[in-house]
Design a protein around this ligand. Structure first.
Ligand SMILES: Cc1cc2nc3c(=O)[nH]c(=O)nc-3n(C[C@H](O)[C@H](O)[C@H](O)COP(=O)(O)O)c2cc1C
Length: 209
């Protein structure tokens, strides 16, 4: 399947075959593939809670408008955007800095510049912080869905959930925001998929002000 075919055939699949698990090696592979997604300064402010246990998925379903796909999908992920992912001292930030030094793309002298640039760009207010974490995590989430598709696995992104309830139910630390949940699995062949949805065309998308 080439990329155009993959993009065109990916659908938000409503019905998953609950009896067809996703091999854990494929879950790992799709996460590793998605990790290649781009991010600001390569800061990768994303994490995942991966649920495969039925009870866990039912707990999540209760916080997600009782959407059945949350628990019928063999794998459902809580996608986390880390609002602290640009701050000095954050382990990933430190690692990125060290890796840049190792690769010769930064020098120790640039630590101060690197910190000031991150704070200036993202640390202005709640909006810039949330934009930082969610835009980068959005790229990761899309990469995850395409990675899944390339491995023959269907997906369904969801923001129909009570954010604060999910935070509490899964003991998620306050520095995270949950942009979406994603269900993964194989299509339930006893059901039919709705017709492909309308999309804005080139002329609708391109604007000038
Ligand atoms: C961020 C995001 C949140 C979504 N939330 C839900 C949801 O909670 N429930 C649902 O049934 N579909 C949800 N969808 C799926 C969209 O309705 C679907 O992607 C859109 O209608 C286009 O259909 P397609 O993906 O099959 O082409 C969501 C999609 C995205 C990207």
């Amino acid at each position: 399947m080439n990329f155009e075919e993959m993009v065109s055939s990916r659908r938000a699949v409503n019905f998953f075959n609950p009896d067809k698990p996703v091999d854990p090696s494929l879950v790992k592979k799709m996460v590793e593939m998605a990790s290649k997604a781009p991010s600001s300064f390569n800061l990768q402010p994303w994490n995942l809670i991966i649920l495969t246990d039925k009870e866990d998925k039912l707990r999540l379903q209760k916080c997600a408008m009782n959407q059945e796909k949350v628990s019928t999908a063999p794998v459902t992920m809580i996608v986390l955007a880390d609002n602290h992912g640009f701050l000095e001292g954050h382990p990933t930030v430190e690692r990125v800095f060290r890796e840049n030094i190792k690769a010769g793309t930064m020098t120790e002298k640039q630590r101060d510049w690197f910190q000031k640039a991150r704070i200036k760009l993202y640390g202005k207010n709640e909006r810039t912080i949330q934009a930082f974490s969610c835009k980068n995590t959005g790229f990761f989430a899309m990469a995850l869905m395409f990675a899944a598709k390339s491995l023959g696995i269907e997906s369904h992104p969801m923001d129909g959930f009570d954010h604060d309830k999910v935070m509490a139910e899964f003991n998620i630390p306050e520095n995270f925001y949950i942009p979406l949940l994603i269900a993964f699995g194989y299509f339930d062949e006893t059901k039919s998929l709705s017709a492909p949805k309308w999309r804005k065309g080139y002329d609708d998308i391109v604007v000038r002000f």
